[in-house]
Design a protein around this ligand. Sequence first.
Ligand code: PMP
Length: 319
Amino acid sequence: MKSEAPNQNITIWFNNGFVRLGDANVNILTHALNYGSGVFEGIRGYYDEKKKELFLNRVLDHYERWKLNCGVLRINVPPSTNELCEITAELCRRNAFESNVYVRPLAYKASARIGVAADENDAYAITVLPFGNYFEGRKGLKAGVVSWRRIEDSAIPGRAKICGAYVNSVLAGDEARHNGHDEAIFLNQDGHVAEGATCNLFMWRHHRLITPPVTDNILEGITRASIMELARNELKLEVVERSIDRSELYMCDEVFFTGTAVEVAPVTHIDHRPVGDGEIGVITTKLRSLYADATRGRIPAYRDWLWPVYRSGIIEKTA
Ligand code: PMP
């Protein structure tokens, strides 16, 4: 997916204040720009036309993960997770967004000088943009296993959204697209299936929903956690976290990706072979629609995932 250049007049949070996106610039020598020493997040908000409400999805969980990830690089983000949610909601209100949105928090080593050694000069920004579908259309994806391996925890932790680490995903995505696929599948150093370039992976095989464990060099996805919860609670499926072999992808019934941006994305072909019968599977379809309902406030049991921006009170009233 390539998104369009955003409107530069959008208000964002930068250097502890509200500024125009076009005025939020950093020095060319900024440590994070030169050495990748930043940590980012990706959060979605879903707009409900009828309720005139914008629901930020699992925003508290995302900010908790962000702060823990920042700890890996010893980047300090002073506000509490609640305050970060409030800043994000205020950005949506100031921009009067009445559409789905994507939130991009970014914390980084901010010193502008030569030298890899990091200091305590930390900064962060939060940008909220209108956002549509990550993958074009709603058809099944063609994925391919790439020759690049997923980064090892002992080199750069993949469970943290560290800016520099995303070169791994850029290389993988680039190779996959040049080989005629829509998305990449990474193997880890052990040769097991890890995840997509920007999403986690699930497989439906022998009537079990299977996904790699968090110790297989994956990002600990929040959508992954949501899907495991929905699968267990709503569909009463057996969900198993275990390593997956590449050849299992050729023999299973269904595969789908999960992620904040990709949501639940069915994979119908892997390495030019059909997954199952090559059509979007039943389990994937059910989970995709449950996820869409839960993230739009349509299932009371999951309303506590959502942070209403315009405080319409709908959540309290209908729960
Ligand atoms: N894996 C990688 C490498 C990612 O970049 C993402 C997107 N954050 C995911 C998985 C999915 O994580 P989440 O569901 O928390 O967005």
